[in-house]
Design a protein around this ligand. Sequence first.
Ligand SMILES: O=C(O)[C@H](O)COP(=O)(O)O
Ligand SMILES: [Mn+2]
Ligand SMILES: [Mn+2]
Length: 556
Amino acid sequence: MATSWTLPDHPKLPKGKLVTIIVLDGWGEATADQYNCIHRAETPVMDSLKNGAPEKWTLVKAHGTAVGLPSDDDMGNSEVGHNALGAGRIFAQGAKLVDAALASGKIWEDEGFNYIKESFAEGTLHLIGLLSDGGVHSRLDQVQLLLKGASERGAKRIRLHILTDGRDVLDGSSVGFVETIENDLAQLREKGVDARVASGGGRMYVTMDRYENDWGVVKRGWDAQVLGEAPYKFKSALEAVKTLRAEPKANDQYLPPFVIVDESGKSVGPIVDGDAVVTFNFRADRMVMLAKALEFADFDKFDRVRVPKIKYAGMLQYDGELKLPNKFLVSPPLIERTSGEYLVKNGVRTFACSETVKFGHVTFFWNGNRSGYFDETKEEYIEIPSDSGITFNEQPKMKALEIAEKTRDAILSGKFDQVRINLPNGDMVGHTGDIEATVVACKAADEAVKIVLDAVEKVGGIYLVTADHGNAEDMVKRNKSGQPALDKSGSIQILTSHTLQPVPVAIGGPGLHPGVKFRTDINTPGLANVAATVMNLHGFLAPDDFETTLIEVADK
Ligand SMILES: O=C(O)[C@H](O)COP(=O)(O)O
Ligand SMILES: [Mn+2]
Ligand SMILES: [Mn+2]
């Protein structure tokens, strides 16, 4: 049936008010202690919004099943968080879809696997991706099943190109993951499969850049994975990871690229003509750049030197518009009819902005993993260039001020009905594990919120301030009773990852109808309830299949 795009009028709320949505990336609600950087930072604006509880400030779930992840032990992340915020419904996400395809065995029957399988007789199967159990971009158990399944179905020579994590999991955990996978590979070798790790590097320094912030990151990976060239050479991946952590003392996120070499010093696994390649991350943002390098004929972002003729499949298709990659093992969630598309089709002129490292969050993810505009005459998306080549604890203020100023100008211009932005600080600096820098980051984000809310005030608009998942509010690993968990040496363990905490939603502004308040009758509201809320604030009712609105309107 053709979609009817016309949204019904809200019976009580007017149209024509400017609605500003601020997403504070990695900004959850947690106990106020020394590891809570939001609590430690001066955040007068966010504090004052909290004083609006319960009518104008509330908490929603931002992790687990509320955002389409397999279980409530899964922390939230930007992809699923912004998908839920923008789409207003909960879709089974990549992690869950891959689990299901592996459990049913459908993954082996579908086109993607059968395509790469054609190379098994003569060529090598290369698996490239993030080796961790973080469940944000990939999951170790899925890689293990992929190895097992491919070898049982004819892959005789397998090379693994690993990216170490330390960002969605504890720093240092790479050693254990490498031990696990080396063990699996040894078992495969016993069965006659020539299976080894061929190359590696830390995810933030090798391969997993995003939104084209720094192609040098992808090139470093290409050189190691495809060309078999890297500044560090080792006999085994375990030796590589242990050595590079000690000297040059890199952490898991930033291990330099390495290749595994044989007795004669030759790389054991460059990618050559006739091979098959699978990138096993299910999440798109940090794999799509490599996918472009592997698949595009007229690629010009760096000199690939040698472009092997391969059969390539992604774990998922990473970009539905670009059909990239063309072949994939599992179909991605089909997130259609997002709030952004509805609102634009109902005349809502839309502005979106962030800096490069989060730009796709309020555009691509918000719009259901779709790049580009729905209607370029009604939309403007502004990307502020991020710094590259640094870890963000060096510049914890990031581009918050620049984002805020651009947004203020957009609000004051009168050209837009919806303005939506992402402020990255709490998340990007939180991932470095640097507590002092994260405190500075949270203050900078709060200052940016002030600039934007002042502009909303001036034009008589409405604001909705929220977050996509937790991060900066808890920087330590905890035991079951919530106390910092100590490692073997009795030290606390810094948490670089996201959390399971709920996130705030605050509404207000001079344009908000005085009777609007948060409902108290919704059973565990989550991020997916925000889209219908935003539609209401624009004077519309959401489509029936959207998760219900968070607000009600008393007659005043
Ligand atoms: O990709 C990353 O930086 C982390 O793995 C997850 O962070 P994000 O979901 O906030 O982007
Ligand atoms: Mn995020
Ligand atoms: Mn993050």
